[in-house]
Design a protein around this ligand. Structure first.
Ligand SMILES: NC(=O)c1ccc[n+]([C@@H]2O[C@H](COP(=O)([O-])OP(=O)(O)OC[C@H]3O[C@@H](n4cnc5c(N)ncnc54)[C@H](O)[C@@H]3O)[C@@H](O)[C@H]2O)c1
Length: 315
């Protein structure tokens, strides 16, 4: 039975990965600042899941979890996530994302762990130059979040070249589904629709970005960690499609009849004055070919699954 350490194991993606690994019988150690109720429930259901509270930037706390658990592989999800959070706290973003990841690499070296799957993001590209891009698109990140995540990728590349670690970066895009902690579309739309609250977003209907359902992201991560090494060090794990936010609103309206939700045309803004750069779809052919990744959800079936989960009180 493998032992896999999941940093950020209380988070949206981390907890879903912990659940998938535990369900198939792996021993999983979740490392995070705090344990959520979801993780407590997972531990109750799966005796091979443990939780270790700690701060990535505190070397003794991270070293301790490596010393006690002796993992064979690490899935690194912990981070300060998102453009808006990173603009509010650029220094903390650099500390947690860059220094924290360096600590992970150092702990791997010290405790002989060779395999790392690192969660990265489409933000490493900066503005897309086409409606669909593959992994060879130039990386010109423009905000602290994307800059920190690209720095981590590059530091990992140096680590792999110097120490022979096997590191795979998963560049995913806008992940949605039960458990997302941040108020972002489509969560805000679905919450409004199901709670009977009007949700009128003034602008953004024309904005297109690859939306990927959480179960597909987990599938890609697990497929990657199951390989001792991958032919390339970076893969898109996404849906391969970039619906517009207006199309998403339309689908949610169909799934929740009577929902009072709407979005105006034009470009989307995360917050006042903070707009995402041009985005689009992530080409997933490399992951299909080399990881055997096969997403099961398009935007309609993903939103359907999300609405269904929320109706059952999940997420
Ligand atoms: N959710 C998305 O749409 C998305 C898209 C692209 C990439 N990603 C990447 O996926 C990964 C996971 O994202 P998520 O959506 O699950 O985010 P999340 O915020 O839900 O989870 C991140 C977790 O990291 C933990 N964490 C933060 N700082 C820490 C620290 N100093 N020490 C220990 N733990 C700390 C948080 O407590 C949280 O549980 C991140 O690396 C993110 O960059 C996410």
């Amino acid at each position: 039975m493998a032992t896999i350490l999941v940093t950020g194991g209380s988070g949206f993606i981390g907890a879903a990965v912990v659940e998938a690994l535990a369900s198939r019988g792996d021993r999983v150690v979740a490392f995070d600042l705090v344990e959520t109720q979801r993780l407590k429930d997972l531990r109750a259901a799966h005796p091979h899941v443990t939780f270790s509270a700690g701060e990535l930037t505190e070397w003794p706390q991270l070293a301790q979890v490596f010393r006690h658990s002796r993992p064979q592989a690490v899935i690194h999800c912990a981070a300060i996530v998102g453009v808006v959070n990173s603009l509010a706290s650029p220094i903390a973003t650099m500390r947690v994302n860059v220094e924290g990841s360096l600590n992970v690499l150092a702990a791997m070296r010290l405790f002989d762990v060779c395999r790392l799957v690192n969660l990265s993001t489409e933000e490493v590209y900066g503005a897309f130059t086409a409606d669909r891009i593959d992994e060879s698109h130039p990386c010109r990140p423009s905000k602290p979040y994307g800059i920190s995540k690209y720095a981590v990728e590059q530091l990992c590349r140096d680590d792999a070249a110097t120490y022979g670690t096997s590191i795979t970066h998963i560049r995913t895009c806008w992940v949605y589904g039960p458990g997302l902690p941040r108020p972002r579309v489509p969560k805000t739309l679905i919450d409004g629709a199901l709670e009977g609250r009007p949700m009128h977003i003034p602008a953004g209907g024309d904005f297109r970005v690859d939306h990927v359902y959480i179960a597909d992201v987990v599938q890609g991560i697990v497929k990657a960690v199951d390989k001792a090494t991958t032919p390339q060090d970076v893969y898109h794990i996404a849906s391969g499609q970039a619906p517009s936010l207006a199309e998403i609103v339309e689908i949610v309206r169909e799934l929740v009849p009577g929902a009072d939700i709407a979005i105006g045309p034009g470009h989307y803004a995360f917050a006042d004055g903070v707009e995402p750069v041009r985005k689009g779809a992530l080409d997933i052919s490399r992951a299909r070919r080399e990881l055997n990744y096969s997403p099961r959800y398009d935007i309609r079936s993903g939103l359907e699954a999300y609405v269904d989960a929320r109706r059952r009180g999940i997420g």
